[in-house]
Design a protein around this ligand. Structure first.
Ligand code: FE2
Length: 415
């Protein structure tokens, strides 16, 4: 006897199969103790949230709201709050967002812990979340120096200290350093630290509308020089939305050659970038569609959930994919499927999870059953996650809402 069989499971390639699970892994077959007929619904490996500031989630309004909506006011509000945060407060809020995420099919998260300033509560709280919630969700923690490492005495040492505490990735924010020379120095320092401590790299890079912000090319060069292809991620990269065509195409080639992953965070960047422009306003997104065409791996993050930068959000990565699709013109049928891959398997590549990710015999039985038959319908409807399975166990089940108009059911589908 095996633990579970899903019958009539539709995969991304359109095939309909039976999926068998035993001992927490996908297996080839057997007599199941439990069967779920998923009736032709789409089954994918889990959603992967590649970028989430879990230490700031659910703090919206503390100590005040970001009324201007700018990145800078958000950083100031956060700067006022963070000295008073405790490890337990960070843990409780972050754990709640991990529960929201898992309930909606996100079972892998890369979180960012702010390590600027004296308070270690953010990194300690998120390391506890990573370790204590590992059964529910696989979490990687990045040490993220929100205020840079050269603007204030001691912040460079604090970044290194966070690495010693056990984070998975070294972060940076070169465009936020006081000068571009210090930004360059920061990128090189992040690579040195990552190499020295055998960690991955995930840098907030060129998160600005300034077309002169060009630290991504430095990251590409350092990735090649240090031989770190596949272990380096550049997040946000919104200045790409303002680069002119010649430089853009040269840069995309560099990124491809370096094997850098790019993470797009549609929520904050759709509200923050271009905000100060007169009309016409820029979109301020990384060149997602063009990067994919070049062969660069791109994935998605929620980034901000009810925090000083964004008062909305509910940890739904399909919602993020829906928004990214609009801002990057990814509306062709195959492009829509690719956008769902950016939220799933491409995210797994960014986090270098391939050994434990995917619907394949022998791999951990993690998957999501959407209440829709294909990627287009998943994103159009932002479909209910009917069942979420983690290590072979159904951990979340959602009953789709039912709408009736004058007593007759409305399905919002064409059939
Ligand atoms: Fe971010």
């Amino acid at each position: 006897m095996i633990d579970l069989t899903l019958t009539n499971a539709r995969l991304m390639d359109g095939s309909v199969v039976e999926l068998h699970v035993d001992g927490g892994r996908f297996v080839s077959g057997g007599e199941p103790r439990r069967t779920i007929d998923v009736e032709g619904r789409l089954v994918t490996p889990p959603l992967v949230d590649c970028h989430l500031h879990l230490d700031a989630s659910l703090t919206v309004g503390r100590p005040r709201f970001n009324e201007s909506g700018t990145l800078i006011e958000g950083i100031h509000v956060w700067g006022e709050l963070k000295p008073s945060l405790t490890e337990q407060d960070v843990f409780d809020r972050a754990a709640e967002i991990v529960r929201w995420s898992a309930a909606q099919g996100t079972l892998f998260i890369r979180a960012h812990a702010d390590v600027s300033g004296e308070n270690e509560a953010m990194v300690r709280g998120l390391l506890r979340v990573r370790d204590e919630l590992a059964e529910l969700c696989t979490i990687q923690v990045t040490a993220f120096p929100q205020d840079g490492i050269y603007a204030r005495e001691g912040d460079e040492e604090r970044l290194e200290n966070a690495i010693r505490l056990g984070v998975d990735c070294v972060g940076g924010i070169p465009h936020y350093e006081p000068t571009s020379e210090l930004g360059l120095k920061e990128v090189h320092r992040v690579f040195e630290l990552a190499k020295q401590h055998h960690r991955r790299i995930d840098v907030h890079c060129d998160e600005t509308d300034d077309p002169a912000s060009r630290f991504l090319e430095v990251m590409a060069d350092d990735t090649v020089k240090h031989g770190l292809a596949g272990r380096v991620t550049a997040s946000h990269c919104t200045a790409m939305g303002s680069y002119e065509p010649y430089y853009s195409s040269k840069l995309r080639g560099f990124l491809k050659r370096a094997g850098i992953n790019v993470v797009v965070n549609p929520y904050a960047n759709s509200l923050i970038q271009g905000r100060l422009d007169p009309y016409p306003k820029r979109r301020g997104f990384a060149q997602l569609k063009e990067l994919l065409a070049e062969g660069v791996n791109v994935s998605l993050g929620n980034d901000v959930i009810m925090d000083p930068w964004y008062s909305l959000g509910k940890a739904d990565l399909v919602d993020a994919a829906h928004l990214a699709l609009h801002f990057t013109y990814m509306s062709g049928r195959e492009e829509i499927a690719e956008m769902l891959r950016c939220a799933t398997e491409r995210g797994a590549r960014t986090l270098a999870l391939e050994d434990e990710y995917g619907i394949e015999e022998g791999k951990p039985a993690d998957c999501v059953v959407f209440d829709a038959p294909d990627a287009l319908e998943v994103i159009r409807l932002r479909a209910t996650r009917r069942w979420v399975i983690r290590r072979g166990r159904v951990i979340a089940e959602t009953t789709p809402a039912e709408t009736r108009l004058d007593g007759r059911r409305v399905t919002f589908t064409s059939n």
